[in-house]
Design a protein around this ligand. Structure first.
Ligand SMILES: *Cc1c(COP(=O)(O)O)cnc(C)c1O
Length: 397
């Protein structure tokens, strides 16, 4: 008997759960884009975005998804024939590299596999080997959403400094901004890319590019930059439309206003601590289940696990069966496995992910875990006892 009627939980790693307050703010008629309240409201978004990113430098907003953010950031500092270094910890690192190669860049990939964070020592060695300083930028994904690997971005900066290498440090925080601690300026990040639909709790459609003076100096030396992606004309524009190189994403901006208020009212430190504790409850449950069954966390080291997404393996066909059961029988949609096996590989049915980013709280996570246990029981997947108690103990502790 299906028990899926009621409010569902889309526990996939983006788009994330959208707060009713964000949706309400978007539910309105078209505003005037030439004068009035929208113009002032937009001006207030940039300083708050910078607070969330931990930077005193420049924030820009693009209409687009995360891929657009990747392209926007690269288009300003990387051109045909330039070299970039991609330390990849999953599908998204590889993907950003592909965007760079589409812009004519020569992409050097350091592949750390699917279960490891970046090793700053290997990055340092690659930079030291580049004696002519051909590498113009290092493209690092803070949290790779496919593997849930979280890398030490300050450590990557230290590797650049130790090698005495002038490359820009560009970081993808699409799955981590507003979830995992990130401090752009303190960590020495030159360019940061994010998007609206994950920790920032707004529907897909906005990408954000933050950049500092070092990145701007590189931009200034570019022979040409696509007019649309150029961040220059979007910074301090004379006319409002220039912020977006065209019509503003009006309704998304209203939603973003409310989402930023929610984050800043809760307090960034609290937002990070909430995600951390909810993640620990998930890890405790999975580790306990795993003592009597096939479910495993993809990332072994807790220090390198995302607090916003958890990649898991459970063996084929259990992963797909479990996802079907929780969705059809209980109104809980889990994330598919991504990049762990090719689609035609039967092992692909053994991977899945939990999304726990943004507008999530203790009862949602405990409900998710209990539902997953019911799904394993119903699907004949063995699991160790006591996992829900372990998760509840983390929440209570
Ligand atoms: C989701 C995601 C992307 C891609 O974002 P889209 O909006 O799907 O284009 C890129 N990088 C990371 C780390 C992500 O989580």
């Amino acid at each position: 008997m299906s028990l899926s009627q009621g409010r569902s939980y889309l526990a996939i790693p983006g788009p994330s759960v959208m707060p009713d307050a964000v949706l309400r703010a978007m539910h309105r008629g078209a505003p005037n884009i030439y004068e009035g309240e929208l113009i002032e409201m937009t001006a207030g978004l940039f300083p708050d975005l910078k607070r969330v990113a931990g930077t005193s430098h420049v924030a820009t907003i693009y209409i687009g998804n995360g891929h657009a953010g990747w392209e926007a950031a690269l288009a300003n500092v990387v051109g045909p024939g330039d070299t970039v270094l991609v330390p990849a910890t999953g599908l998204f690192g590889i993907g950003w590299g592909e965007i760079a190669s589409g812009l004519g860049a020569d992409v050097q990939t350091l592949d750390f596999g699917r279960q490891s964070p970046m090793d700053p020592a290997r990055i340092e060695a690659a930079l030291r080997a580049d004696t002519e300083h051909k590498i113009k930028a290092v493209l690092a994904v803070h949290v790779d959403t496919s593997t849930s690997a979280k890398s030490d971005i300050a450590g990557v900066r230290a590797a650049l400094d130790a090698a005495g290498h002038p490359a820009l440090l560009m970081v993808d925080c699409i799955a981590s901004l507003g979830c995992d601690r990130f401090e752009m300026d303190a960590w020495g990040v030159d360019v940061m890319v994010s998007a609206s639909q994950k920790g920032l709790m707004v529907p897909p459609g906005l990408a954000f590019v933050f950049f500092n003076d070092r990145a701007q100096a590189v931009r200034a030396r570019m022979e040409r930059v696509s007019r649309y992606w150029d961040w220059q004309s979007r910074t301090d524009p004379d006319l409002y439309y220039q912020h977006f190189c065209g019509t503003a994403p009006t309704h998304h901006l209203y939603g973003l206003r409310v989402a930023l208020d929610m984050i800043l009212d809760e307090g960034l430190d609290h937002v990070w601590a909430r995600h951390a504790k909810l993640a620990r409850a998930i890890w405790a449950a999975v580790e306990t289940w795993g003592q009597g069954g096939p479910i495993r966390l993809n990332m072994a080291d807790p220090a390198h696990r995302s607090h916003a997404v958890t990649a898991l393996s459970i063996g084929a066909p259990h992963g797909t069966n479990l996802r079907r059961w929780t969705q059809d029988q209980a109104g809980l949609t889990l994330g598919i496995g991504l990049g762990m096996a090719t689609d035609d590989d039967p092992r692909a049915d053994g991977f899945f992910r939990f999304g726990h980013m943004g507008h999530v709280n203790a009862q949602m996570i405990l409900g998710m875990l209990t539902t997953v246990q019911a799904g394993m029981q119903a699907s004949g997947i063995p699991f160790g006892p006591g996992a829900l108690d372990a998760a509840a103990a983390v929440i209570a502790g």
